[in-house]
Design a protein around this ligand. Structure first.
Ligand SMILES: *[C@@H]1O[C@H](CO)[C@@H](O)[C@H](O)[C@H]1NC(C)=O
Length: 216
């Protein structure tokens, strides 16, 4: 009997986990983010539906090329709930990514979203790494029209391997996917992680960690 209850509890827990692992389903047609309220909820509070306008569901400008004049040679233009309040509670968002020749979108992860990316222009090498212990790199070169998926949470990257500029559009399964850029999180945290700790973690001299920390 006790075993039976434990088993049922486990099943219930598993189902709860499945149901709530990602963004909850909307309980109404829409919940346009209200940027004026101080109410704190998981996501953003809803604007009064009577005050909702067509522009709450609208964003313009993904035709505009991002400025890739930066050390990595890429630029992400986001359309998340911060830019498009109508995305609140819908569990989706979009980005445009521009790449200068040989520009990279450095290794990063989205804590709350899987990502599906399509190349609109150019040749883009994409890759992601599976979790421990395999840490297998799965990588491919994409051409215009090709689509790739980065599973939720996994570290991934892109690199323009063509001659001209490259452009991609990606959709993400969160209104607010979040981005953790590995180098910035590890070497650019504020305050910094102790250099001797990172030296041991990366099995290198502390001076190399100092150098990396000075860059991020
Ligand atoms: C692009 O960014 C660089 C570096 O921040 C800046 O110097 C340049 O003026 C920007 N170009 C445009 C067209 O905004």
């Amino acid at each position: 009997m006790a075993n039976h209850i434990v088993f049922l509890s486990l099943v219930a827990l598993t189902l709860c986990h499945l149901a709530f692992a990602f963004e909850p389903s909307p309980l109404q047609d829409f919940c346009v983010a209200d940027s004026t309220t101080s109410a704190r909820v998981n996501g953003l509070a809803c604007k009064n539906p009577m005050n909702v306008q067509e522009d709450d569901f609208f964003f313009s400008g993904l035709n505009i090329m991002g400025n890739t004049s930066n050390p990595v040679g890429s630029k992400v233009t986001p359309v998340t709930v911060a830019q498009l309040p109508g995305l609140n509670t819908l569990g989706i968002s979009m980005v445009r990514i521009d790449y200068a020749p040989w520009g990279i979108n450095p290794p990063h992860t989205h804590p709350r979203a899987a990502e599906i990316l399509t190349v609109l222009e150019g040749s883009v090498q994409v890759g992601f790494v599976t979790s421990n212990p395999e840490n297998r790199l799965i990588s491919k070169v994409l051409q215009k029209g090709d689509v790739y998926v980065f599973p939720v949470g996994l570290v991934h990257f892109q690199r323009n391997v063509g001659y001209g500029n490259a452009v991609a559009i990606a959709a993400l399964s969160s209104q607010n996917p979040g981005v953790i850029t590995i180098a910035n999180a590890v070497f650019g945290s504020n305050p910094p992680i102790a250099a001797d700790l990172l030296a041991k973690a990366f099995q290198v001299e502390t001076s190399l960690v100092d150098q990396l920390q000075s860059k991020f």
